[in-house]
Every structure is written in C-alpha cells, then in structure tokens.
Design a protein around this ligand. Sequence first.
Ligand code: NAP
Length: 466
Amino acid sequence: MTITPFITDHAIEVIYLISTALFILSLKWMSAPTTARHGVWAGELGMLLAIGGTLLHRGIVDYTWVASALVLGAIIGVPLGLVQMTAVPQRTALSHAFGALCVALVGTAEYYLRAPAVPKFMMAVLALEVILGSLTFTGSLMAAGKLQEILPQRPITYKGQNVVNISLLAIAIAVAAYLVIHPESTMLFPVIIAIPLLFGVLMIVPIGGADMPTVISLLNSYAGLSAAAMGFVLDSKLLIIAGALDGSSGLFLSVIMSKAMNRSFTNVLFGAFGQVQSAAASGEETRNVKSATAEEAAAILVAANSVVIVPGYGMAVAQAQHKVRELYDVLTRRGVDVKFAIHPVAGRMPGHMNVLLAEADIPYDKLLDMDAINSEFPQTDVALVIGANDVTNPAARTDPSSPIYGMPILDVDKARTVMVIKRGMSPGFAGIDNPLYYLDKTLMLFGDARAFVGDIVRQLAGEGHG
Ligand code: NAP
C-alpha cells in the first residue's frame, strides 16, 4: 500500500506546532472544572493532528505495517476506553506500559540501526530512553496487576531490598555510561534492557496497593521523559514537547498526591505503606456504633440548616452521584444550605469526585476543597459522609501510631451530627479502622450508597418531612 505524500515537510511542522499548542491548552483547561471538557477536546484534536501529520511524512513509503498497527491498536484501545471509571487507574497503568514498551522497542531498533558509530549524545539519550522505557513497562504492568488485585496488594519486603534495587539500577547506569564511550559494544546493549525490566518489577513489589495511584502518576512521568528522549533520537520536536509535558505533569501530580496523603516521595517509594494496617484494622471490631434508618436520616437532614456532603470511593462504586444530585435538589428546595467537601485523594484517582459530581450537574460553586471547607465543619449541622472513609479518619489528626497520621483529612468529626452511609464496617483503602464511627454524634446508615440515598430522597419527596 504505497501512497505519495501530498504535503510538504514545512506544512507538517505547522501541523505539529498547532498540536503542541493544543496539548498545552488542554492541560491549562483541564485544571478547572468549567473548562475541563474543552481541555479533553483540545487534547484529542492535538493527538489527531499529531498522528495525521506523522502519517503524511515523506519517510513513510509503505502504509501496510502502519495500517496493521492502527487496527491492532484500535482493537486493544477501544475496550480499554470502556472500563468503569473506578478501574481508570489500572487502565492508565496499562496505557503507560504500552507506551513505555513502544519507546524501549524504538530505542533498541534505533541503536542497532546506528551501531557501531553512535555519537556520544545520541548514545546517552538512547540509553536513557531504553532504561526508562523498560522499567516503566514492567513497573506499570505490576502496578496495574496490584490495582486489579491480580497480584497481592500487600507490600512484599525483605532485608536489604533497597540496596539490591539501587545496586541493580546502578549497574544498568554504569553499563549505559560504558556504552556511551564504547557504542560498538553491541553485546552489552541487552543488559540495559534486561536489568531495568527486572528493576521495574522489584521497584513495585515493596509498594502497597494504597500508594499505587501515586506510583502510577510517577510512572506516567517516567513514560513522558522516555518519550521526550525518543523525540531527541527521532529528531521530533513534537515528541520532545509532548513527552516533557507528560513527564512534568506526572511529576507534579505525584507531588500533589503525596502532599495530600502527607507522604514524602521517598516514603512512597521505600516506605512499604500498607503493611501494618491490617493488624490495626482488627482490634476495634467489638466497639458499638449507632445506626439509623433512611426515614430517621431524612428527618435529621430536613431539620438542618446546613449540610455538608462528603463523597468518597463508595459513592463512585455505587454510581450514586445522580441520586446525590436528587438529594441536593430536594434539600435545597426545602431551604437547607447544601455544600460538598472534596478531599484531593477521595476515590481512586485525582479529581475523581469532581468528575462524578460534574457528571450529575452539581453546581461547581457548591464543591469546596478541603482547605476551604474545613473551617466550616464546626458550624455545620450535619456532615453526610457517602462512601468515604480514610479521608474522614480523625486518627490522622490525633493518633501518632496510625499509619495515616499526619494525612490532611476532612474534619467531619467537628460537625454537630455526622451520618455515614456505607455497607458495613469494612475499612477503606488504607485498611484501617475509623474512630469517627464510634463517636456519640455519629449515626451509621448501613446500605449501598445509591440505594440508601434513593431511600432518603423518597422519604423527603414523598412522605412530607418538614
Ligand atoms: P476509602 O477510604 O477507600 O473508603 C471507601 C468506603 O466506601 C469503604 O469503607 C467502603 O465501606 C465504602 N463502600 C464501598 N462500596 C460502597 C457502596 N456500594 N456503597 C456504600 N459504601 C461503599 O475511600 P475514600 O475515603 O474516598 O479514600 C480514598 C483512599 O484512596 C485514601 O486512602 C487515599 O489515600 C487513597 N488514594 C486515593 C488516590 C486518589 O487519587 N484519589 C490516590 C492514592 C490513594 P463498606 O465496604 O463497608 O461499604
């Protein structure tokens, strides 16, 4: 299938320039809920132009392989795009794995095409590309496996683990440095593929499931950096810029997520978080809690002046956001002031709650970040927690022995009354008990979030409370 390109290199550069601008605008627009949709469209259009421009390149003399790759990619990509939103972190990890594999393969092919005469700078970039690509490939597969619970979520540690891991990486870097000076040593090149592949696995083994989203964001950053390195190898400014944007945004996101969990990067990577938690979870089971029915909850809500709804992962699992919108409507109509408290790591990915509540058309100005809402809890009549757990755990403030001690939380325990919708007494993602549930002011509303909120709405709408 041979097609003669009908477009000049200059025109392709212009297409690349437009797609670069669209990528930058996409990131800018995605930083606010009101413009986020435009951000997605800009990103999609930018990617379409980038792929289209590349396909018109005069270097392509035969489209057979390109067409096969497009079909294969679509066969894998379409089902990946249809996963539940709660599975997006592992889906993202798989995308990174594929991207990183591609980068490592291209780097390997470019090396063997150019060897033995590879200039020093080019060799250094190729080595960086292949090392980052390989470790990101296996690291991302491991991360996806842990999140999907195909692999055990528990961190697996042994004595001297960090020394082993760092030594392996050091060997790979030393071999890469040797190759920069002696690029003709083609026999050594597989070493800088094999060791990082192993390192990717070993790097993820000691990290608990609770830290996986942060690690995925970090792997995103590595995948971006390796793509930027590939841009140097292939002399593609677009790839350099897109890779740098990906690399830096992944890094920023990891920092934001680490801060929201009060963890340092080194703690996330070497801390084996999640190990002690299951032990802590079991001690509290005999303590008593007070529970209430939907009817009682409806009566309390309608008698309140101010209600703060705190959504979490359970709202996402139950897909309760539309029922929550109905609850917001019915309470607002009855003159109750309703706001939403958004914790930066509620759910399983950054912005998870914002996306769900935006889907249900909750007005953006009713969504308040943790820093904005925390001072309001002492004046709040009812804090209604819907499927959130860890992000409301007061042990993070009060118990220095808690694994999440120091993590900033939503101060729901300071509200006058707390109601918590969840199915049972299971812990959240961090695997620890929540003292909030045993407070005198707390009422547990046991049930699936969507069904329970629906019941409350029915009580309020049909049976004339207030
Ligand atoms: P969480 O602590 O994981 O708790 C979710 C709660 O929802 C569970 O206790 C569960 O209790 C309940 N639940 C599950 N399905 C439900 C359903 N159908 N109906 C009602 N309740 C249901 O959630 P979170 O408070 O949102 O905290 C997020 C956690 O993820 C934090 O530990 C955070 O550090 C971690 N994390 C998040 C991100 C991010 O980017 N968002 C990144 C890294 C880590 P039952 O089983 O008893 O119902």
